[in-house]
Ligand binder design. Structure first.
Ligand code: DGT
Ligand code: CA
Ligand code: CA
Ligand code: ZN
Length: 596
């Protein structure tokens, strides 16, 4: 196990000890040990080899032994035993907003409650508010938290679904009977959450393909098993459909089951208007109607598409046959993609390889798991030219946010790092500065103006009205030091609705003040939502695709950011972090110069 994974285990042990009501001193030993590991300057392997681990501040002898064991074996009996000693339902309670280990301990030990069902009943009967430290308000909050959790459990984050789907797709493609295989549905359209997985396979021999699919190790239930369609439920709750079709139907089936429904309806209407009927099986000339309507609008097929619809073998040929440019799956939401494809006006969408860095990333200075130099190295490994560091500001005390002094020191460190010539990657010095409840910045302007850039984000007082929130954020947009707005609505997909904002007003304010809106690519955020980017880009608002990374692994989340940007019709032009480091420096400087 590596340093970061071990820190995670220690943290879990701390939580479990707290759930068992162990003394606070012991609990703290584990959480501060985790923190010490995350902040480690030296290589863990070296510290262990030289038997110096217990000299690290925050790590005593007993803890050092456990860390060594985890490092070497990846296992710790204490961790396993603790887990076994606590009812599984308590861990589910940890996922309910507003419930921490301390409160769960009280509910568990004083009311004997071990499941969410029992907790719901106890809240409804007012037994929880009778406990010390709880009130009517917290009881209501727990109830709505549990209700949301149930509603949300039916869908899955795109990222999680993708991790499950990839090996299944690879498995299907590896079968000798399979000619072609793709995933379809909302996963392929890159919707932010996915209901179920859909796979389409071309094969002349479906049975062995079906057998493999329903026989996978991770299958917990087979809900349908037929000649052409099977459905399974996987461990973890995700369901998946497989459809196997003959090779000559593959393009049609793939298109149909990619959807969306609205896109399909419009495609069928278009086909009909040209004298064809389109279905998941194929495209056929309507009885009694000429394929090319005289006087009506003609089909105008794209060059290179077959004359006979039966010869269509790819989605591109299907679109081309109907006189359309090929529409990328991300755009198939039944908005105006078909009109744009007909006019030859589909955007040339952003690609992940267009990115040369990203600007919203945390380090161990606040709540990140890796140090500045590790983040820079990871950026280099990704082939980036630069990385921006934006740690939290002091109002985010729960995230160990930086005050003016600490931020000034980090700025110094970054300047030295760049000057050392050790890194190929240029580090831009920024901050994720809290937008205070009244719209003021959390940090003094004397430090903000020294930085390369400022990401301004809301992390508190979510309960405001739409009007108040909009005014609060626009005040931040109008602040001369603010470069970009972070995660506009604060939503946490499948966990917490975003606060309401007036998108149109905010987009106009961003345009007027030359402020960038972040597209936060963290799979739980994907904020601002893809539905608003077309409008923003049309108004000339730039975006920055940011991973909101809290570790080197977190940098990967630019990928989800790019997919959502594509879904929002964004091209390279309107994305800040497709520019070179020199251009970025110029953009930041101009901005600061203009405003001083
Ligand atoms: P999901 O699974 O809820 O995240 O969303 P999808 O889009 O993957 O929906 P799903 O799995 O029910 O069906 C996959 C696609 O199949 C869907 O996007 C469009 C197509 N489809 C399914 N049912 C219908 C239907 O009743 N009418 C039309 N036009 N298309 C359908
Ligand atoms: Ca689906
Ligand atoms: Ca489905
Ligand atoms: Zn944030």
């Amino acid at each position: 196990m590596d340093r970061v994974e071990i820190a995670e285990v220690l943290r879990e042990i701390g939580v479990m000890l707290e759930l068992r009501g162990e003394n606070a001193f012991k609990v703290r030993a584990y959480s501060s040990g985790a923190r010490a590991l995350e902040n480690l300057e030296e290589d863990l392997g070296v510290l262990i080899a030289e038997e110096r681990l217990d000299q690290v501040s925050g790590i005593g002898k007993a803890l050092a032994e456990k860390i060594v064991r985890l490092h070497e074996t990846g296992e710790l009996p204490l961790h396993r035993e603790l887990k076994a000693s606590l009812p599984a339902g308590l861990f589910e309670m940890l996922e309910v907003p507003g419930l921490g280990p301390k409160k769960i301990k009280a509910i568990y030990s004083e009311l004997g409650i071990t499941t969410l069902e029992e907790l719901t009943a106890a809240c409804t009967e007012g037994r929880v508010s009778a406990l010390e430290g709880f009130g009517k308000k917290s009881e209501e909050k727990i109830l709505s938290g549990i209700r949301n959790r149930e509603a949300y459990a039916k869908r899955h984050l795109w990222w999680d679904a993708f991790q499950v789907a990839e090996p299944i797709l690879a498995g299907l493609r590896g079968l000798p009977e399979v000619e072609r295989a793709e995933h379809a549905g909302s996963l392929r359209r890159c919707l932010e959450t996915v209901g179920d997985l859909d796979f389409i396979v071309a094969s002349g021999d479906p049975r062995p393909v079906m057998d493999w699919f329903i026989g996978q190790e991770a299958v917990s239930e087979v809900t349908a098993s037929g000649e052409t369609k099977s459905s399974i439920r996987l461990q973890g709750g995700l369901q998946a459909d497989l459809r196997v079709v003959p090779a000559d139907q593959f393009a049609f089936a793939l298109h149909h089951f990619t959807g969306s429904k609205d896109h399909n309806v419009k495609m069928r209407q278009r086909a009909l208007s040209l004298g064809f009927s389109l279905s998941e099986w194929g495209l056929t000339a309507e009885e009694g109607k000429p394929a090319r309507k005289e006087g009506g609008h003609s089909r105008n097929p794209k060059p290179g598409t077959p004359d006979d619809p039966k010869a269509i073998r790819s989605e591109a040929e299907l679109f081309g046959f109907l006189g359309l440019e090929a529409i990328p799956p991300e755009l198939r939401e039944g908005l105006d993609e078909i009109e744009a494809a007909e006019a030859g006006e589909l955007p040339r969408l952003l690609e992940e390889s267009d990115l040369r860095g990203a600007f919203h990333n945390h380090t161990t200075a606040s709540d990140g798991k890796h140090a500045l130099k590790e983040m820079a190295q990871a950026a280099e490994d990704l082939g980036w030219d630069y990385i921006g560091i934006a740690d939290h500001s002091k109002a985010s005390f729960q995230a160990n946010g930086l005050n003016e002094d600490r931020l000034a020191r980090q700025l110094e460190e970054i300047r030295e790092f760049n000057a050392s010539g050790k890194s190929k990657v240029h580090v831009f010095a920024g901050v994720e500065c809290d937008i205070l409840p009244d719209g003021r910045m959390d940090l003094d302007d004397s430090i903000l103006t020294e930085l390369d850039y400022v990401v301004a984000s809301v992390h508190s007082s979510f309960g405001k009205t739409e009007e108040e929130m909009t005014r609060r954020i626009i005040r931040a947009i109008e602040h001369p030091s603010v470069t970009m707005i972070g995660h506009l609505t604060g939503r946490l997909l499948l966990a917490r609705e975003g606060y309401r904002v007036d998108y149109a007003k905010i987009i106009d304010a961003a345009a007027a003040n030359n402020v960038i809106l972040e597209l936060n690519g963290h799979p739980r955020r994907l904020d601002m939502d893809w539905r608003y980017w077309k409008r923003a880009a049309a108004r000339g608002v730039m975006t920055s695709i940011n991973p909101d990374a809290h570790s080197v692994e977190g940098l990967r989340f630019v990928r989800t950011g790019v997919l959502v940007a594509r879904k929002g019709w964004l091209t390279k032009d309107s994305v800040l972090n497709t520019r070179s480091a020199e251009e970025i420096s110029r953009i930041f400087e101009t901005k600061r110069g203009l405003r001083r």
